[in-house]
Ligand binder design. Sequence first.
Ligand code: AMP
Ligand code: MG
Length: 406
Amino acid sequence: MLPPSQAESLILKLVRPLNPQQDGQEVGLHEALGRILACSAASSLDFPHWDNSAMDGYAVRYQDVQSCPVTLDIGETIPAGNPPQQTLRPGQCARIFTGAMLPPGADTIVIQENTHREGDRVRILAVPQGGDYVRRRGSFYQRGNPLLAAGIRLQAPDLAVLAAAQCHQLTVYRRPRVAIFSTGDELVPPEQPLQPGQIVDSNQYALAAFVAERGAMPLKLGIVPDRPEALKSTISEAIQSADLVLSTGGVSVGDYDYVESVLSELGGQIHLSSVAIRPGKPLSVATFGNGCLYFGIPGNPVSALVSCWRFVAPALAKLSGLAGNWSPKFAIAKTNDLLRGSGDREVYLWGQLQLVAGNYEFNLAPGSHSSGNMVNLAQTTGLAVVPAGQGPIPAGSPVQVMVIAA
Ligand code: AMP
Ligand code: MG
């Protein structure tokens, strides 16, 4: 039984990320939101593209405005989008607007608040600093340099940058394929009336949503009965068609728990069978020769999601091509409730992590924290962690809370 942090490290070592060459996909900007950039993006444009004015005012030669007030002739007017036509002569300025190109000869902008217009002349009232309000070509970015790094998930500001850089076709990673199925003779789909003893297969929905939220493609393979032959055929289908497989149920030590033996029979190498965590102790992790990574997750709906948040999320992040730190994020929060641990396992208690006047607070979900109770799991935004061997954490104390976010 490995501690959770060691289990996570072991799992991350097993993950082979998508490859930019084999797994890259061309998409247009409108299809790119939420996708992960597979190749760094560069632009053939400098930013700014040319020297331009940061304000409405007058483009001047700095040497002409060293002692003020001084009156200059106004040559041309340069609105944004119109290239200047004239070079400034000594004693001349140009009327200019924000974003417009600087005319040749000009090196400084005098904002219009510091001027007084007199027909086709303008009085400059205060001496500016040389270079005031000029945005120099290439001062933000020089063409050809990396603009956005590979491995980022594209969000609104990134798309703005790419659009401005005229990178309208991008190479992103394909979405990882994640096969999902539920095992258990007792399971039925939500639309089927329950017979006594039956249970609705909620995991299929939870896991498909968990995977889709992270930009991967769920392949839903349905419900598989607790029979080794049936399991064998679904597991082999799953490992042939997916990068990652998530099955729930059948990984404990009960009489009907066949997943691990079937994984071995199919040539899977089992790296992990249980983790010192509550909920979510049984967790089978196996790899196959074709690179497929298999997670046999416990059937309890709460355990299943906690296992996904704690262990599958980092693996999926690395697999997807995301750069950086794949580990879950933990905040330090003040708990508003007493939190109880459980002997030799790290305990994850679900609830709400909230920012209250700038500080994190944790509210335990009301009701039972048995892994059999899933009703109070709704709207979970944090899992408070009680370390193994630690006594109760009183209300008002600081606690580590794992942030639940897609
Ligand atoms: P297992 O891990 O197969 O021993 O299942 C543990 C518990 O979780 C049992 O009470 C199952 O009925 C329940 N369970 C298993 N699979 C699912 C599922 N797909 N959806 C909801 N509950 C499940
Ligand atoms: Mg079962």
